[in-house]
Design a protein around this ligand. Sequence first.
Ligand SMILES: [Zn+2]
Length: 266
Amino acid sequence: MVPPEERSEPAWWFAYQENKLLVYEGPSGVSLPLLADFSELELTPLSKHYLGSIDYRHCYAVEVGEGTIPPAGMIFEGLRQLYGRLDEDLFWIAGRAVQIIDWDRTHHFCGRCGTPLRTKSTERAKECPQCGLLHFPRLAPAIIVLVERGKQLLLARSRHFMPGMFSVLAGFVEPGESLENAVVREVREEVGIDVKDIKYFGSQPWPFPHSLMIGFTATYASGEITIDDTEIQEAGWFTVDSLPRIPGKISIARKLIDWFLAKQGT
Ligand SMILES: [Zn+2]
């Protein structure tokens, strides 16, 4: 992505200190700095990356040092805590920004020969000037699947969920596996049942830290719930009127559950 050569109009600045974003905080909520140049905040960035544009506004990611004190009226805030408070389009760009900064920070040298890498200007990649190996931003695809059985849906509790929270099943795709294979394997491994009628639902970037969630719906085919207790603490079939605590609006998990609820007329 090639940055504009000249720019006089203000741009959006996604400034991160570790994984916290710099935002204005005021009585009407939080907002991002919209400035001609980041130096107007009198902070010195460690790195700067062009992200593209939205509604004719250019967007940049910048990284600031650990000890940086936020300017007056501003705070560093975790990205998850900003969902629903920051404009939704800008929120997802902030997710792109944190992943690109993290990739840049963790890819200084070639993994094959150790030579310092050079950033390519024509694509989002770094190239080794010694051996030519290309390094792209890391992206880990994961499937997430809602399994239904008539008026019931399958929900499970992972060991690292907040107390009482249940969600649909999810897991990383393995090398050499199709997304549909991954759905079948994950459901079988985690709860011991087989599914059929696997249908694509939608996808969502999940920048915590660098996943792409690919959502599916599926129908119960056979088997009894037998949980893999290294991953899952509890799993069961739930109906609309017996739902446990479910994930917040930010996640595709919730969109899948809401889809099921809408289908049941709720
Ligand atoms: Zn190399």
